[in-house]
Design a protein around this ligand. Sequence first.
Ligand SMILES: Nc1ncnc2c1ncn2[C@@H]1O[C@H](COP(=O)(O)OP(=O)(O)OP(=O)(O)O)[C@@H](O)[C@H]1O
Ligand SMILES: [Mg+2]
Length: 382
Amino acid sequence: MSALVRVEGVRRDYRAGGDVVHAVRGVDLAIDAGEWVAIVGPSGCGKSTLLNLLGAIDTPSAGRVFVRERDVSSLGDREATRFRLLDVGFVFQRFYLMPALTARENIELPMAEAGVPRDARRARAMELLAYVGVADRARHFPAQLSGGEQQRVAIARALANRPALLLADEPTGELDARTGAEIIALLSRLNREGTTLVVVTHDEELAASAQRVVHMRDGVIIDNHSRDAGLIVPVRMQQGEGERTVRWPLRTLIAWLFVGRQCDEVRAVLARGETERDGTRAAWAPVHLSPEELTAIERTFPAAAPSRALDPRRARAWLVTSNGSAPLVPDDSRIVEAAPQATYRWFDYGVWADVWEARHGDGVVRFEMPRDGERAPWSTAP
Ligand SMILES: Nc1ncnc2c1ncn2[C@@H]1O[C@H](COP(=O)(O)OP(=O)(O)OP(=O)(O)O)[C@@H](O)[C@H]1O
Ligand SMILES: [Mg+2]
């Protein structure tokens, strides 16, 4: 499969006064459709310059940028404008909404430029406003919106013409931590639903949400680390005399290790390359992950669903006491008594199910409800 974006030997020199600034000094990079790449590095290292080259806002002094196998580094003005309008979406730190236009009109603007008929663009703008969570702000002007709302509108505008690629330069740079987290959640959702994202950021949370982090320094890429949760790790399982090797995606190994452990312990165990669980000894080649990398993978696990309803007839029920836990048969009266009192606890990776608990007598009744169509990734059941 060919990459959505391919950067080959790209340099960008700026002439300022009598001096030449080598903003980008030879970058090679490939980005596949559906990826989420964060570009990080110290101020002035060339991140924005590189992003602008990807989006044909700027042209390289040397080298080429291909998007969908098309050389966008040598487009004429008209073609470049068309490419920026239809094939990429831009999101900036400072939003850059048109102050005299309402939120809806701002989103309609790129569609109007692309020749989308009025009714169609109006409908799409309303749909996008709802999608980014500001449907009730359609008639507001940018000055009447909060920073977070303006950025949502700017993201909707960037999506208007359904670009293949969304480029964002410090999209949370002007926002407080909470609003920034909401924008990160919105970007995550976009990516899950198929948008390819390239995001320049200083925001560690934002970088941690990406699949891959490209580190730049002085105009070059110094690290291009894919935290590929799908990396296959052979794990040797030893139980008594028996021994077998399973080939698990890294994500599966991590989910398995998370049972009963916190992030820091999982990281340490991963780096140690061995552990024991339920009488099985497991060993693998040590994997070193940063806390951010581990968090990014953990975020791909099912999230708790606190609003999910408990159906005691479908749940596996256990009585947990200081002596351990014992299964309860379906018509046990303790199930009926405990169920109305039970409160949602969490999604338990160990049993791969949502868990509710209620105190009962001198123990706790625990309900485990698997999710439809889902089973533990390490499960060998067909
Ligand atoms: N138009 C320009 N003319 C001259 N020099 C420029 C121009 N644009 C950028 N530069 C220089 O190129 C280098 C890279 O700039 P760039 O904006 O890409 O950095 P950055 O990594 O995005 O930094 P920041 O994190 O501060 O946004 C810097 O030294 C900058 O001063
Ligand atoms: Mg910058």
